[in-house]
Design a protein around this ligand. Structure first.
Ligand SMILES: [Zn+2]
Length: 140
């Protein structure tokens, strides 16, 4: 999703969300974008704000989209690496971590989910775990 600040011929300013810049151009050419105040169809982009809507629905404005894409790519690589080299134990993660940690014969790499309380408990027991940002695989 991309947010545009729009301006009509009467200088009314308003914002609208579009799935991408092409969609906006298409709708504008078909005169399907109209001013929310005066219904004018002479609409132009005002200043484009590179905000994106994350999955958590919080707007992150601090990063330009291009940078963000680069980071996403890196994170996707990280995810691949983890999936290849670590065993997914899902929600059993805290229990599995203890199994591996306290059983010296066990030596395996695992990953999974832990709540922040669980992570805190593990830390108190001296077990260091790392949390990594997890990105969705489906990119474009
Ligand atoms: Zn207007």
């Amino acid at each position: 999703m991309i947010k545009y600040n729009l301006k009509c011929e009467n200088k009314h300013e308003f914002e609208s969300w579009f799935s991408n810049s092409k969609e906006f151009e298409k709708l504008r050419l078909k005169k399907l974008v109209e001013c929310i105040y005066c219904k004018s169809k002479q609409i132009d982009k005002s200043i484009m704000s590179p905000s994106i809507l994350g999955k958590d629905e919080r707007k992150r404005k601090e990063k330009p989209i291009e940078d963000l894409k680069k980071v996403q790519k890196e994170l996707a690589k990280l995810r691949k690496f983890v999936e290849k080299n670590f065993e997914n134990v899902g929600k059993d993660f805290p229990r599995e971590v203890r199994n591996v940690y306290y059983d010296n014969r066990k030596n395996k790499n695992i990953y999974g989910q832990a709540t922040s309380e669980e992570a805190e408990e593990l830390k108190e027991e001296g077990i260091e775990i790392a949390s990594i940002p997890w990105v969705e695989k489906s990119e474009n």
